[in-house]
Design a protein around this ligand. Structure first.
Ligand code: HEC
Ligand code: HEC
Length: 327
C-alpha cells in the first residue's frame, strides 16, 4: 500500500516536472526585453513601403531602393566617407552561408541593439569570438532570438582568412557615441520587429520596471540601415549611479572591479574588449549568457567570478552605466 502511494506520488511529481518542462519550452524564460523574439505573423516595422523608388537619408548623396537596402550580400553603404574601404567579406560576404558582416554590424561597425558594435574591438578578441562561435562555445540563452542564431551560423561557416580580414578591419575603426541613455520611470510601449524593440501602435507609455528599453532614435532611418542614426536606451531611475558603484568598486564582494581587466577607462586593455558606450541590451545578454554558461569560451573563464553573483537588477544597472560612458 505504502509503496503504491509512493509510486503514484512519484508519478505526480514526474507529471508536474514534464508540465514545467513543457511550459519552459513555450514561454520565454529569459528577459524578453533583452532577448526580443519576433511575434509570428506580426507586421514588419512601418518603414517606407516598397514603391520601387530610391530612398535617401540625411547627410548622404547615395540612393538605394528597398531591395538594395535589404540585400544581405551587398548592404547599403550610405556614408562611405566615415570608414576605410571594406574588405570583401564585410561588404559582400560569401554566398550562401556567410552574409556580409556589414549588413548587421553596419559598414562603420557601430552595430545595432540586436547584434553588437564591433568598431575598435581588438582584432585578437574578434578572432577568438569567431572561434568560439565555430566551436559551439558561444551560444545565446534564447536560441529562438533570430540575430544571434544567424551569427552562430556565420561563425560556423566563415574561414580563417575571412575572419582575419574582418577582424583587422573592425579593429581599425574608431567607435562613435551611438546610444543616448535616459533614466526614466516610464517608457514608450514597445513591440518586437526585426529582432529589436520598436514603438508599439497605438503609441502609449508604461512603467519601466527593472528593464532597459533600447530603440531607434529614428525608426525609419534605422530601417533604411542608416549607419549614422543611433539609438536611445531608457534605463530605470538611479540605475546609472548604482551601476557605477558596482563597476568601480565591485560592490562589496558582489563582483570584481571591471577596470582590472577592461582598462581604467573601460575601453579595453590588450585583447580584452571595450565595454564603454556599448549597447546596454547587448551587455545584459552577454552578462547573462556568461553567467549561465551559454557563452563559455576559453577567455570567458576570466569573467566567471565577475558575473557569478549578479542579479538581473545588477546587470541592468551595470549596463546602464557602461552604455552612458563615451565609447
Ligand atoms: C545576420 C546578422 C549578422 C551578420 C551578417 C554578422 N553578424 Fe556578427 N553578430 C551578430 C549578432 C546578433 C551578434 C551577437 C551574438 C551573441 O549574442 O553572441 C554578433 C556578434 C559578433 C561578434 C562578437 C562581438 C563581441 O563584442 O563579442 C563578432 C566578433 C562578430 N559578430 C563578427 C562578425 C563577422 C566577422 C561577420 C562577417 C563574417 C559577422 N559578424 C556577420 C549578427 C551578425
Ligand atoms: C579578470 C579579468 C576581468 C574582469 C575583472 C572583468 N572582465 Fe569582463 N571580460 C574579460 C574577458 C577576458 C572578456 C572576454 C570574454 C570572452 O572571450 O568570452 C570579457 C568580456 C566581457 C563582456 C563581453 C563583451 C563583448 O563584447 O561581448 C562584458 C559585457 C564584460 N566583460 C563586462 C565586465 C564587467 C561589467 C566587469 C566588472 C563588473 C568585468 N567585465 C570584469 C575579463 C574581465
Amino acid at each position: 500500500m505504502k509503496l503504491r502511494l509512493r509510486g503514484s506520488a512519484m508519478a505526480g511529481a514526474l507529471l508536474l516536472l514534464s508540465a514545467t518542462a513543457h511550459s519552459q519550452s513555450t514561454a520565454q524564460t529569459v528577459a524578453p526585453w533583452a532577448y526580443p523574439i519576433n511575434t509570428p505573423g506580426a507586421p514588419p516595422p512601418p518603414a517606407a513601403t516598397d514603391d520601387g523608388s530610391a530612398k535617401h537619408v540625411p547627410g548622404s548623396s547615395q540612393a538605394f531602393t528597398l531591395p538594395q537596402i535589404r540585400d544581405l550580400f551587398s548592404p547599403p553603404d550610405w556614408h562611405p566617407d566615415d570608414h576605410p574601404a571594406m574588405p570583401d567579406i564585410v561588404g559582400h560576404g560569401r554566398r550562401p552561408a556567410v552574409r556580409a558582416c556589414g549588413y548587421c554590424h553596419l559598414p562603420n561597425g557601430q552595430g545595432r541593439p540586436e547584434n553588437s558594435g564591433l568598431a575598435g574591438l581588438p582584432a585578437a578578441y574578434i578572432v577568438q569570438q569567431m572561434a568560439d562561435y565555430k566551436n559551439g562555445l558561444r551560444k545565446s540563452s534564447e536560441p529562438r532570438m533570430g540575430p544571434p542564431a544567424a551569427m552562430l551560423a556565420i561563425g560556423k561557416s566563415a574561414n580563417d582568412a575571412e575572419v582575419k580580414a574582418a577582424a583587422e578591419y573592425f579593429a581599425s575603426l574608431k567607435p562613435k557615441p551611438w546610444i543616448r541613455v535616459l533614466e526614466s520611470g516610464t517608457v514608450p510601449k514597445t513591440r518586437v520587429a526585426g529582432g529589436m524593440l520598436v514603438p508599439a501602435e497605438p503609441v502609449g507609455m508604461e512603467p519601466i520596471g527593472q528593464r532597459i528599453i533600447e530603440m531607434p532614435e529614428d525608426l525609419e532611418r534605422t530601417e533604411l540601415r542608416d549607419s549614422a542614426s543611433g539609438f536611445v536606451a531608457y534605463v530605470p531611475i538611479g540605475s546609472i549611479q548604482k551601476g557605477e558603484a558596482l563597476v568601480t568598486t565591485g560592490g562589496d564582494d558582489k563582483t570584481l572591479r571591471c577596470s582590472i581587466c577592461h582598462g581604467a577607462d573601460l575601453k579595453g586593455l590588450a585583447a580584452v574588449p571595450s565595454i564603454a558606450g556599448r549597447s546596454p541590451s547587448y551587455i545584459v545578454r552577454q552578462l547573462y549568457d556568461m553567467q549561465n554558461g551559454a557563452r563559455n569560451g576559453p577567455w570567458t573563464q576570466l569573467m566567471k567570478e565577475a558575473v557569478a553573483k549578479l542579479t538581473t537588477e545588477d546587470m541592468v544597472a551595470i549596463a546602464a552605466y557602461l552604455a552612458s560612458r563615451t565609447p
